[in-house]
Design a protein around this ligand. Structure first.
Ligand SMILES: Cc1cc2nc3c(=O)[nH]c(=O)nc-3n(C[C@H](O)[C@H](O)[C@H](O)COP(=O)(O)OP(=O)(O)OC[C@H]3O[C@@H](n4cnc5c(N)ncnc54)[C@H](O)[C@@H]3O)c2cc1C
Length: 244
């Protein structure tokens, strides 16, 4: 195997994909993922890791794939991210973790995103329980908005034992992941909804069709017993500060 070259990832043929809206990229199968993961040099001071905004232990999850320990790989990812199947598809890896991969200096960087996607998909397809959490601590937190920011905050707090309720103005959770990024790039039913289900398995409650500020105010949330509120309402509308 040429360590400097990536294992190519399978995609729909252009003549097929111009007639459907299904996901273009098929991702790696088991054999391809193991081969690609085996390219990783498992650097002592990995440069990929600081390139990741959530500091995922990248060499560790990739080593588990190389050793065919797919469940352990998914569990390693779950410690750092509530959205591995989403991020494995739409995170700009080429300008983050993969940009700093040492193999990229002389050849092609390890396909970190595609491997993240593989481990997360494998866990979903094999019903791996990723709901490891600390005991309940009795503190209630409200999260406004169910986009990636709200989901991430909810996932972290739930793992630490907080009693988390998310409020979403629209009829479905997910924010831009649901209504912005197209199906051929990020499948909704298979990927987004399944990562939202993982949140529920951690005990997170989700209330849709609730526009905070109109249906309920933040003051009312505090009166209802929430001790903290995280506002993850996105940047759907511009709001100018009126500063010349
Ligand atoms: C077309 C498009 C394509 C994109 N593609 C990519 C990509 O490929 N890769 C990438 O990394 N990023 C991409 N992005 C950017 C990415 O989607 C955003 O950075 C991300 O969604 C921001 O997450 P968020 O949770 O802050 O907000 P959002 O995803 O906007 O979620 C905010 C949520 O809060 C809800 N909300 C707002 N106000 C209230 C309220 N008062 N009460 C209750 N709920 C409320 C909204 O309904 C929404 O569901 C794309 C964005 C767009 C628009």
């Amino acid at each position: 195997m040429d360590r400097l070259k990536r294992i190519p990832v399978r995609e729909q043929d252009p003549d097929v994909r111009n007639k459907n809206f299904e996901e273009v990229c098929h991702g790696y199968n088991k054999e391809e993922a193991v081969q690609e993961a085996s390219r990783c040099l498992t650097c002592k001071n990995p440069l990929c890791r600081p390139g990741c905004p959530v500091n995922i232990d990248i060499p560790k999850f990739i080593k588990h794939i190389a050793e065919e320990e797919f469940e352990e790989s998914a569990k390693t990812l779950a410690k750092y991210s509530a959205l591995p199947a989403v991020c494995g598809r739409v995170c700009p890896q080429e300008s983050q973790c993969e940009k700093t991969c040492i193999l990229g200096k002389r050849g092609e960087p390890v396909a970190i995103g595609k491997l993240e996607r593989f481990a997360a998909d494998w866990a979903r397809e094999n019903d791996v329980d990723l709901s490891d959490k600390e005991p309940d601590n009795g503190h209630k937190v409200a999260i406004i908005g169910t986009g990636p920011a709200g989901i991430t905050c909810a996932g972290e707090l739930a793992k630490w034992g907080y009693d988390v309720t998310m409020f979403e103005a629209l009829h479905e959770p997910g924010g831009v992941l649901i209504y912005g990024i197209p199906e051929f790039r990020l499948p909704k039913e298979k990927v987004v909804k399944s990562e939202v289900e993982n949140l529920k398995k951690l005990g997170v409650k989700i209330e849709t069709n609730v526009l905070i500020g109109q249906t309920v105010t933040i003051e009312e949330l505090f009166e209802e017993g929430f001790e903290a509120v995280f506002i993850g309402s996105g940047a759907g509308l511009p709001k100018f500060m009126g500063i010349p």
